[in-house]
Design a binder for this molecule. Structure first.
Ligand SMILES: Nc1nc2c(ncn2[C@@H]2O[C@H](COP(=O)(O)OP(=O)(O)O)[C@@H](O)[C@H]2O)c(=O)[nH]1
Ligand SMILES: [Mg+2]
Length: 217
């Protein structure tokens, strides 16, 4: 298990670093998916399910956390390449940090997921160089989150609404949530899923396959 410690990029322009990484990823045909959500909403569980459901893809995962290596261990146990990134207290990954983590991971992969630091604020403010931003909102967090964290919903290409197996226990109005998200970002693709039961995963996986095809063409 490799753990690397990274501080904020000292490069003046994060956007420049992001564009450079994206160009490299395009060249190598690797789709980098930046996964963002609150802590505990289900990022690692969703990634674990995707790794098991997409055995034909070579998948790498960069786990960004302030501390610990539990998520990287979970991912590695499933047979995917995992690297744990310690952000040195930073609440997000920037493009320089993502590039360093990607270089450290090495190898060639079809899909690389960046499990960003858990919060709905800072990660939305930094372009990591990813080809796709995927955000997760879980049912227990509530359907009002698009109202409170609009930038995250605006910056995301995909919204995964997870823990749908818990819908009976929470006052979560799915239609209202999707309407609020689409008001902020009409183009956002929305997938209600349960990473626990597997319900709803198939359309999300089909979307990812298509996104990889588009990235390569
Ligand atoms: N009921 C239910 N629980 C889930 C689901 N996905 C994740 N969890 C639980 O939510 C908690 C946090 O999940 P985790 O993947 O570690 O979240 P992360 O911090 O965003 O990576 C764990 O107890 C998971 O078992 C789901 O689809 N349904
Ligand atoms: Mg996690």
């Amino acid at each position: 298990m490799r753990i690397i410690k990274l501080g904020a990029s000292i490069t003046a322009s994060n956007d420049k670093d992001a564009a450079a990484l994206r160009a490299r990823l395009k060249e190598s045909g690797t789709l980098l998916v930046n996964v963002m959500s609150s802590a505990g909403s289900g990022k690692t569980t969703l990634l674990s399910r995707l790794i098991c459901d997409l055995p034909d893809f070579d998948i790498g995962v960069m786990e960004a956390d302030i501390e610990s290596d539990v998520d990287a261990k979970t991912i590695e146990a499933l047979g995917a390449t995992a690297i744990q990134v310690h952000t040195g207290g930073m609440c997000h990954m920037d493009a320089g940090m993502t590039t360093a983590a990607f270089d450290e991971m090495g190898g060639t992969h079809d899909l690389v997921f960046l499990e960003n630091v858990g919060n709905l604020i800072c990660p939305a403010e930094y372009d990591t160089g990813a080809g796709c931003n995927l955000m997760i909102l879980s049912v227990p967090e509530g359907d009002d989150k698009p109202l409170k964290y609009p930038l995250m919903f605006r910056e995301s290409d995909v919204l995964v609404i997870t823990k749908t197996d818990a819908l009976d226990y929470f006052d979560f109005d799915m239609d209202r949530c999707i309407e609020r998200a689409r008001f902020l970002n009409p183009k956002i693709a929305v997938f209600p899923v349960s990473a626990k039961t597997g319900e709803g995963m198939q359309p999300l996986e089909a979307w990812l396959r298509e996104a990889l095809d588009k990235w390569r063409n």
